[in-house]
Design a protein around this ligand. Structure first.
Ligand SMILES: Nc1ncnc2c1ncn2[C@@H]1O[C@H](COP(=O)(O)OP(=O)(O)OP(=O)(O)O)[C@@H](O)[C@H]1O
Ligand SMILES: [Mg+2]
Length: 466
């Protein structure tokens, strides 16, 4: 049996407001909508209702709430960070609206709430709830569809990497994998190996930075008894072990110049000599070199042999930094959430919107490895079935931690303006309006309207903030 039809979803809503007249008005406005409404005039009663009914949405009148509603918002999100909380106030101020949104509220409406606006909002929230109901299944399908040999990605940059690996795997003798730390060079190397004609031969990986200069030579080429103090017997090197298969020379930028010369000889003649031996052995090994260093710069500084660099870079595959393909984040987050949730035996629904926003603003210097660590950490820390900001590692929470927020220090920008700018950025990034609307959780009509609206001010400061 499939999931219940999403069109049958009834939105559960708790309204907390000390004004019974407003409550009555809202009730009658919503009577014809597919919404189940529960109301309370006091905070404690309202929180009890939230606890017992687990609503999709809470409409919160904030005038009489402690600290302008922020404290109540925190309590609601503590119970379930997935609830959409909408503030209602007779006194709209940009500062309080921004603070509310930063702390996790999803909208801020003026009282009396205009009927038309509320009905539109309900429509959006319903669409959102439907989307979320199916998003897990959809995400799983997407993760499957955009997985290539254990690598997940749907950005044009990653699809190009997949295509290149696919094309090159069958034919290469030497490949150079470049990219910042944690971008997936090792995964790419294993994919090249598995898809190549030598998949039944050995795959040997050597981390060149793990050995001192002389030990690396012995490690790679082997040695004969008496070649140096301590060489008490003949020893095969990695090249001989990898014969007939594939050798990954990881961190090739760390290899000393003399060892580089020996490597060049293997690449050109397929010949090796054990250290201390005049005998030449032929080896037949496909080589995948990898580095996060800038080899052309090292060549310019005479730290890397130019001839070896040209030899290696004839076929180069560059793994893009995560910061350059942030559109892959939702898919990667879902993929990692699945695998960690399965490992830790936890049922985790997903990430709250504010966590997704925070992760998409972060620069990811450690790339996918760092993302993996962040999601892994959050899965261990979370006590709920959804990851919220408090579950993230300290350095990421930083200024976003609710306790550390200091409203008023930044330039204040109206919410509508923030929404408009952010929407444009997402569309710019994805180059696809339908996808942008889905990711932002808004209808396509709304997205087109936002894009058509003129700017209130120069975008300069706002870009820094968003
Ligand atoms: N596209 C991807 N999809 C899913 N997981 C990925 C992807 N790319 C990398 N990873 C994961 O991120 C981690 C780091 O990847 P990997 O070790 O291949 O990076 P690297 O480029 O070799 O890093 P370094 O330069 O630090 O050695 C691994 O756990 C890997 O499984
Ligand atoms: Mg690596």
């Amino acid at each position: 049996m499939g999931p219940p039809s999403s069109s049958n979803i009834v939105l559960r809503m708790v309204i907390i407001d000390n004004d019974p007249e407003n409550l009555g008005l809202l009730r009658s406005t919503l009577a014809t909508e597919p919404v189940e409404v529960f109301t309370a005039t006091a905070e404690s009663e309202g929180l009890d209702l939230v606890r017992s009914t687990r609503p999709h949405v809470v409409l919160l009148g904030v005038e009489t709430q402690p600290l302008g509603g922020i404290q109540t918002l925190e309590k609601i999100l503590e119970m379930d960070p997935g609830i959409d909380v909408i503030f209602m106030s007779t006194h709209y101020s940009t500062e309080s609206a921004i603070e509310a949104i930063q702390r996790g509220a999803c909208d801020y409406l003026m009282k009396p709430v205009p009927v038309v606006k509320l009905v539109v909002k309900i429509g959006e929230l319903l669409a959102n709830a439907r989307l979320r109901q199916h998003s897990r299944e959809l995400d799983c399908e997407l993760v499957d569809a955009f997985q290539f040999e254990g690598m997940v990605g749907r950005s044009p940059l990653m699809l190009e990497v997949f295509r290149k690996i696919h094309r090159v795997a069958r034919h290469f003798r030497t490949v150079l994998l470049t990219g910042e730390t944690g971008t997936g060079k090792e995964l790419a190397a294993r994919a090249l190996y598995r898809l190549g004609p030598r998949a039944s031969g050995p795959f040997v990986a050597c981390n060149c930075s793990a050995w001192s200069e002389s030990l690396l030579e012995t490690e790679l080429f082997g040695c004969v008894k008496g070649a140096f103090t301590g060489a008490i017997q003949d020893r095969k090197g990695i090249f001989e072990y990898a014969n007939g298969g594939t050798l990954m020379l990881d961190e090739i930028g760390e290899v000393s110049l003399p060892t580089q010369a020996r490597l060049l000889r293997v690449l050109e003649n397929q010949e090796i000599q054990r250290v201390g031996s005049p005998i030449v052995h032929n080896v037949d090994v496909r080589i995948i070199a990898a580095t996060s260093r800038n080899l052309p710069a090292m060549v310019a500084q005479n730290k890397f042999r130019e001839d070896l660099y040209y030899r290696l870079s004839m076929m180069e595959i560059r793994l893009p930094a995560l910061a350059d393909r942030k559109e892959d984040l939702p898919l990667l987050e879902r993929y990692m959430l699945h695998s960690f949730a399965a490992k830790s035996n936890k049922q985790i629904r997903g990430l709250t919107r504010r966590v997704q926003a925070l992760l998409s603003r972060y620069s990811w210097p450690g790339n996918i490895r760092e993302l993996e660590n962040v999601i892994g950490h959050a899965c261990i820390m979370t006590e709920a079935d959804i990851i919220d900001i408090r579950d993230l590692p300290e350095h990421l929470r930083g200024g976003q931690d609710s306790a550390n927020l200091s409203p008023g220090k930044e330039e204040i920008i109206p919410l509508d303006e923030i929404q408009r700018r952010y929407t444009r950025r997402v569309v710019d990034q994805l180059q696809n309006k339908a996808q942008a609307a889905d990711l932002l959780g808004i209808s396509r009509t709304k997205l087109y309207r936002l894009l058509a609206e003129p700017d209130a001010k120069s975008e300069k400061t706002g870009r820094d903030i968003l």
